[in-house]
Structure formats: structure tokens, C-alpha cells
Design a protein around this ligand. Structure first.
Ligand SMILES: Cc1cc2nc3c(=O)[nH]c(=O)nc-3n(C[C@H](O)[C@H](O)[C@H](O)COP(=O)(O)O)c2cc1C
Length: 175
């Protein structure tokens, strides 16, 4: 089966994870803004999405490409400040169609926030959010930034890709 990675991120950490996954699996990686990427050409898809303000940034692209995604096996990896858990699962459920959420695999990866990369008004919103956040550890990270980038954390994604690529049936979509 042939697959590809399509990713959505702004500050580089989702792109970095996509590159690590691409290097480890041989799958091509496309930013969702890259016109060369056509998700309808693949038998399975790895979708990478940053989380910004409690939502997956890939959600609009998913809506726009719903015909190409129907019946296609999907692995979603999210890149966020929050770790894996109910909070993150809730944000993903609010972002994507329930039918997709029910059948996809989801791997939570942790990203990076450098306040120097963020516009002054987003910085202000993050700092205000930190004041209201009752999760003190998350509030500290909103206030000061963080770096949880970890190449070894891609392993569950690579294992899922291996499961698809070692299947013997010929590619459904002929590439
Ligand atoms: C404006 C802004 C809002 C964010 N909101 C959230 C959030 O709601 N939940 C969370 O876990 N992380 C949040 N983050 C952290 C990002 O998910 C993290 O920085 C991620 O690595 C960004 O991915 P990128 O580098 O590919 O853009 C936010 C970051 C920014 C800059």
C-alpha cells in the first residue's frame, strides 16, 4: 500500500516531525499548502496537525478533502503543548468529523513553543490564557514557552506505517 504524509503547522515543529517520519518510513511529506500533494493518490494517509487554541489546525483541509479521505485508512499525529489524554482527545473530537475520529489512529506528539516566533498579540493572548488556566504546569508553559521535541516519540507512527506498507495486497489507487 502506498501512503503519504500531509501536515499542517506554522512554527516548524509539525514540519520537523513530518520530516523525521518521512525519513524513517520513506513516505513523501507534503505541507497542506503544497499544491504538489494530492491525497486522492494514496492508499493510506498520515495526517500531522498542530493544535492551536484547542483545535487541530488541519481541520479545514480535512473538510475540503473529505471525498479523498473517505474509506482511506488514516493515522493522525497531533503536535501540541498538552500531553496525550482526555483534554487533547476532546480538542481532536471537536475539530474533526466524528466518523473520521472513530476510525483513525491518533498519536499525540509534543511540540515546541518559542515566544520569539509568535506575534506580540498572540503572545499577549497566551499570557492572558496562562492567568486563567487552572492547570498550573500548562500555564507556566503558556507563559514561558517549552520544547518537548523528541524524535524517538515518532515510533508509534512508524509502527503503524509499517503495518500498512507490509500488507501484500496491491495498492488500491495504483501508485
Ligand atoms: C497561538 C498558539 C496557541 C496554542 N494553543 C495550544 C492549545 O490550545 N493547546 C496545546 O496543547 N498547545 C497549544 N499551543 C502549542 C502548539 O501546539 C505547539 O507550539 C506546537 O508545537 C506548534 O506546532 P508548529 O510548530 O508546527 O506550528 C499553541 C501555540 C500557539 C503559538
Amino acid at each position: 500500500m502506498n501512503g503519504a504524509i500531509f501536515y499542517s503547522g506554522r512554527y516548524g515543529s509539525t514540519a520537523q516531525y513530518s520530516k523525521w517520519i518521512s525519513d524513517a518510513t520513506g513516505l513523501p511529506a507534503f505541507s497542506i499548502d503544497d499544491p504538489a500533494g494530492d491525497p486522492s493518490q494514496y492508499d493510506f494517509l498520515i495526517l500531522g496537525s498542530s493544535i492551536v487554541f484547542y483545535r487541530a489546525t488541519i481541520r479545514r483541509w480535512v473538510r475540503q478533502h473529505s471525498p479523498a479521505l473517505a474509506d482511506t485508512p488514516i493515522v493522525l499525529f497531533t503536535v501540541s503543548g498538552a500531553p496525550a489524554g482526555a483534554k487533547l482527545d476532546g480538542w481532536v473530537a471537536e475539530s474533526l468529523p466524528p466518523e473520521l475520529v472513530a476510525r483513525m489512529d491518533h498519536v499525540a506528539l509534543r511540540g515546541r513553543l518559542n515566544h520569539d516566533d509568535v506575534s506580540w498579540w498572540l503572545k499577549l493572548i497566551l499570557k492572558a490564557g496562562a492567568l486563567l488556566n487552572r492547570d498550573r504546569a500548562a500555564a507556566e508553559e503558556e507563559r514561558h514557552g517549552f520544547d518537548h521535541m523528541d524524535e524517538s516519540s515518532i515510533r508509534p507512527v512508524v509502527e503503524l506505517v509499517d503495518r500498512y506498507t507490509t500488507r501484500s495486497e496491491p495498492g488500491r489507487r495504483g501508485r
